[in-house]
Design a protein around this ligand. Sequence first.
Ligand code: ZN
Length: 154
Amino acid sequence: MSEACRHLDDERLLIALYGAGKEEDSAHLQACPECAARLRRLEGRRAAWLSAPAPAPDASRLRAQREAVFRQIERSRRPLWVAVRAGALACAILAAVLLQRPAAPPAEMAAAPALSDQQLFEDLATMIARDTPMAAEPLMALFTPQAEMEMQNQ
Ligand SMILES: [Zn+2]
């Protein structure tokens, strides 16, 4: 029986670890002491990992990680296209400021950035999905103080 001779690769072993392995893999694990030992090692490591307290997030490390990811995303954009779009955006914002009083900036821009992984994933999803490159934010910031002053004078 050739199936019994074929050891499980790491992926199938991981799937078995989480109880989602195929029947033939379960049969192999019962018949093969080598793979059964590998599975027990994985189970031991997983149990140790789950019982250990999660390390506290290091804010500076998370920030550096996030900045590196953001830089990579910005670098992947085409510079000329970014400049053109940033200019177009600046014009659109200027028009918006002149024609109507804009709403206050979103709360997440004013608040200190949260640094959880969940927040990072959400930020990245937003960055990748949005049309406005981060390079345009300094331009947008030019108009923000004026908008805030108008809001305060109301
Ligand atoms: Zn095996």
